[in-house]
Design a protein around this ligand. Structure first.
Ligand code: IPE
Ligand code: IPE
Ligand code: MG
Length: 246
């Protein structure tokens, strides 16, 4: 097992969980079986992240664009989500995890929203890891929603245009209150962001692996974290500046 430095964990880990469909198709199984297996990987990653002391874990579970998939697949994913949240709630309460949701919740079926609200409410007092599910989430849509909220305040006269700063803008995003991700992992070999956390990923370290999401193991997750720990995050500075003692 890869040695990890507990003092150098990402504060916020974001993951694009991709490759469920291909995992299933390679085994002559239905795509939904891949999603079911993927839900098991989610449990493993949530446990690992919380045990490793990662403060924030954000998982891309369903994108704004995923609504364009075949109706049957969308329905099956919604049914799986319902089952997952119900099961996960017990474990979140046990592990002191605070649940959070980002995305356009208005598009989700009402019965999903009821379950989400219940999980949000029951875990609201928890003080451990913040687990955020991105559901019906798109980064551009989120930015447009934030811009509209800010424009409304300017029109109402409660905000002056010169008061619009990066920090004020961030506070109007769905992720208000969360630090920006330090590390983004995407599985399944695709090397794209697919409209995930466009604003927030500005300085994230990116890690791509060919492994399909259902095949991700503790070992491969640790390998991604070890890779992150070996990187030098310069934020525009030079390496020499970072290594200066004073
Ligand atoms: C990720 O797996 C899960 C969701 C997008 C809901 P995919 O379903 O995208 O799997 P592939 O990319 O088709 O293999
Ligand atoms: C991104 O995966 C969305 C989620 C993981 C939920 P997709 O499989 O939908 O991404 P694209 O469309 O291939 O880029
Ligand atoms: Mg995919």
């Amino acid at each position: 097992m890869t040695e990890l430095d507990p003092t150098k964990m990402p504060r916020h880990l974001a993951i694009i969980m991709d490759g469920n469909g291909r995992w299933a198709q390679q085994r002559m199984l239905k795509r939904i079986v891949g999603h079911q297996r993927g839900a098991e990987t989610v449990q493993m990653v949530v446990d690992q992240a919380s045990n490793l002391g990662i403060g924030y874990l954000t998982l891309f579970a369903f994108s704004s664009e995923n609504w364009s998939r075949p109706k049957l697949e969308v329905q099956a994913l919604m049914a799986l989500l319902k089952k997952y949240i119900r099961n996960e709630l017990r474990r979140m309460l046990k592990n002191n995890i605070r649940f959070n949701v980002i995305g356009n919740r208005a598009d989700l079926p009402p019965e999903i929203n009821v379950i989400l609200d219940d999980a949000l409410q029951q875990t609201s007092g928890n003080t451990g890891m913040v687990l955020t599910l991105a559901l019906s989430y798109g980064g551009r849509q989120e930015i447009v929603r934030a811009a509209a909220k800010i424009a409304q305040q300017v029109q109402d006269g409660t905000l002056q245009p010169e008061q619009i700063t990066e920090s004020l803008f961030s506070q109007h995003l769905d992720t208000a209150g969360l630090p920006d991700p330090d590390l983004l992992i995407r599985t399944s070999g695709e090397m794209r962001i697919s409209n995930f956390l466009l604003w927030q990923l500005a300085y994230a370290e990116l890690y791509f692996t060919d492994i399909n999401w259902p095949d991700l193991t503790i070992n491969t997750l640790h390998a991604a974290l070890a890779d992150f720990q070996a990187r030098e995050r310069r934020f525009g500075k030079t390496s020499a500046q970072l290594n200066q003692r004073s």
